[in-house]
Design a protein around this ligand. Structure first.
Ligand SMILES: NC(=O)c1ccc[n+]([C@@H]2O[C@H](COP(=O)([O-])OP(=O)(O)OC[C@H]3O[C@@H](n4cnc5c(N)ncnc54)[C@H](OP(=O)(O)O)[C@@H]3O)[C@@H](O)[C@H]2O)c1
Length: 360
């Protein structure tokens, strides 16, 4: 029973990982909590600690959110306890590793879709309806950087996260004349139990994981500001977003496939995926340069069009040279991430020069 006159956050998936870090931040800021997951003991333990350390109250709802009607049942339990949910965090989610055609199990995939998509959607609908009626409230939905890239070997998981991201961005627009905000969180691979539970603990992606405490902190700040999305962590994660939008999907899928392959299966390719990201950033820069020239071209006079045709020719040779440079360095093997980053920087600088000269 929540008795204190204080705001309440409902967090699904608070028994571990990012959800638990988020619960810590809310408790520290004086929020009462409704925590939902299957691990009752872990949630009770957290609730006890939050009371001792921060004097906030916690209601635990034990629920398997991959079951039919789970979302409605949680909502009804909250209503029956007369709790007003000011903030909803849809964090609970799982992944599943393997080739879709013949390695993954349909029953597990169905439960995954139910949890990641259906429960997230219905919880959002039920609580959002109340928030809009009060004209206040906030929702944080756990998407992923995989929301904007294909993810071979975790195809269904990435597709569910694409749904969550797209759904959230549509709601951002629908809610723009209200005081209710929705925020999508797009973490990169993060150091939680996620990959282990998904059967992907031996993959290359797990060699470079973000800190869940940092992910939660960035998410918390963005949620409080009412941002429509947040990519937590450093610049590398933001660069991956640009790359995902600019590079051809086939190429992105190929790179993601490499990160999802088992560790050390191809030792010679250890740094390839990092170099490949650099390649992608370079390619993206060239594409931006091309788009800038095209834009300038479409708005120009006949005389200028002739100039732009000449400059576009130069850009094409620049792009070809860039492609060859980066391909050569890839083939000869980049020995460190530092090499990859400096190559990417050079490529971006080259593309920027080309844009500047094309527009001069
Ligand atoms: N880790 C990453 O690399 C990463 C990257 C991008 C996005 N994400 C997303 O972040 C969210 C949190 O994941 P995490 O990394 O923190 O993983 P995690 O440590 O495994 O936490 C997952 C949470 O979801 C809960 N959960 C799982 N299945 C459930 C079910 N059927 N019913 C109720 N609760 C369930 C778990 O609680 P119980 O087991 O107690 O039920 C746990 O609290 C997920 O939506 C995930 O897709 C993770």
């Amino acid at each position: 029973m929540i008795t204190k006159e204080s705001k309440t956050a409902l967090i699904t998936g608070a028994s571990s990982g990012i959800g638990q870090e988020l619960a810590n931040l809310f408790a520290k800021d004086g929020y009462n909590l409704v925590l939902v997951a299957r691990s009752t003991d872990k949630l009770n333990e957290l609730g006890g600690r939050f009371w001792d350390e921060y004097g906030v109250e916690t209601v635990v709802i034990t629920k398997d959110l991959s079951e039919e009607d789970a979302a409605r049942d949680v909502y009804e339990q909250v209503k029956a306890k007369d709790i007003k949910v000011d903030i909803l965090v849809n964090d609970a989610g799982v992944g599943l590793y393997g080739k879709f055609a013949n390695e993954t199990d349909w029953e597990k995939e169905k439960a995954l879709i139910h949890l990641n998509v259906l429960t997230t959607t219905l919880l959002t609908k039920l609580f959002l309806n109340d928030m809009v009626a009060r004209n206040e409230g906030k929702i944080l939905n756990l998407a992923s950087l995989a929301s904007i890239t294909p993810m071979p070997l975790m195809a269904v998981y990435a597709a569910t996260k694409a749904y969550v991201y797209n759904f959230t961005q549509s709601l951002v627009n629908e809610l723009k004349d209200t005081k209710v905000t929705v925020t999508a969180l797009l973490p990169n691979a993060t150091d939680t139990d996620f990959f282990n539970k998904a059967g992907a603990s031996n993959t290359k992606v797990t060699e470079n994981l973000d800190d869940p405490a940092v992910v939660a902190k960035d998410a918390y700040n963005a949620l409080m500001k009412g941002s429509h999305k947040v990519i937590p962590g450093g610049l590398g994660n933001k660069a991956q977003e640009i790359m995902a939008y600019m590079a051809p999907q086939e190429m992105v899928a190929g790179m993601m496939r490499k990160t999802m392959e088992p560790k050390k299966e191809h030792p010679a390719e250890e740094n390839t995926h990092k170099a490949a990201w650099a390649w992608g950033i370079g390619l993206a820069a060239v594409v931006i340069a091309g788009a800038a020239v095209a834009l300038a071209y479409s708005n120009s006079s006949a005389y200028d069009k002739a100039r732009y045709r000449y400059k576009a020719g130069k850009l094409k040779s620049g792009a070809d040279a860039t492609y060859e440079d980066v391909k050569d360095s890839l083939i000869s093997g980049l020995n460190s991430v530092k090499d990859a980053v400096s190559t990417a920087k050079e490529v971006v600088a080259k593309a920027r020069e080309t844009v500047a000269s094309a527009l001069a």
